[in-house]
Ligand binder design. Structure first.
Ligand code: CDP
Ligand code: CDP
Length: 215
């Protein structure tokens, strides 16, 4: 089997990287992995067991027990799971416990696909530094908070937009300032600011960049 073609999509919370990565995977007929869902699932498992995400032993046990085929998508999308995810994600042992799964997915995409699109914070820098194309998707904190607020409101959350802005700023800080795989654009990543871009426009811009990188 030929080497898998890997597309790395990184960026902060609610920048639109997941929506973009999913569409790109469909467009190129590649497999898709939302790596944030793995950290969310670990954080959520610790919360569900009544523990604290800051308890490293509990977080590591949850990461080692993680069954990627049994992630509760509803539960992991909550605000609390997002916060817990960024706490456990700062722990090097937790990151190491799920690194192999991510790399294996990228190198051997399920379904016999010819490539894989992975989105997260450290795909272009740590998980797949040799990815064929790398994008770092951004948007202003206000735009991102508004997008996330609309989503959470749709799923019944009572959180205010001001609370969501605070969540997002906290999470950006924690993700960018940690020592283990901090969120930062890879040196060879293309920056894509979606603050004023529709989903369609962001997709068009990304395909142009990726097609060029793959040619
Ligand atoms: O959906 P959203 O962009 O809000 O976040 P996510 O991608 O689901 O990621 C949740 C948290 O997991 C992030 O705030 C990071 O702390 C962590 N994460 C990470 O450290 N590395 C990744 N590759 C993906 C997520
Ligand atoms: O994966 P990430 O947390 O970076 O963001 P997402 O889940 O892809 O996008 C967050 C929300 O913003 C979703 O409801 C998208 O429909 C919306 N969005 C948008 O309004 N405009 C874009 N250019 C991209 C996403």
């Amino acid at each position: 089997r030929a080497a898998s073609t890997i597309i790395a999509i990184d960026g902060p919370a609610a920048s639109g990287k997941g929506t973009l990565a999913r569409r790109l995977a469909r467009h190129y007929d590649f497999a898709y992995l939302d790596t944030g869902s793995l950290y969310r699932a670990v954080g959520q498992a610790v919360l569900a067991a009544g523990g604290s995400p800051a308890d490293e032993a509990a977080a590591l046990a949850a990461a080692e027990a993680l069954d990627v085929n049994r992630i509760d998508e509803m539960a992991i999308r909550s605000r609390e799971a997002g916060e817990a995810a960024s706490v456990v994600a700062a722990m090097p042992k937790v990151r190491a416990a799920i690194l192999h799964f991510q790399r294996d997915f990228a190198a051997n995409p399920p379904g016999g696909k010819a490539g894989a699109v992975l989105d997260g914070r450290d795909i272009g820098t740590v998980v797949c530094p040799d990815a064929r194309a790398k994008l770092f998707v951004t948007a202003s904190p206000e735009v991102r908070a508004h997008r996330r607020w609309l989503e959470l409101k749709g799923s019944g959350s009572a959180a205010s937009e001001a609370q969501i802005v605070d969540d997002i700023r906290d999470r950006d800080r924690r993700d960018a300032e940690r020592t283990a795989s901090p969120m930062k654009p890879a040196e060879d990543a293309y920056l894509l600011d979606t603050s004023n871009l529709s989903i369609e426009a962001a997709f068009g811009a990304a395909v142009a960049i990726i097609d060029k990188a793959m040619s």
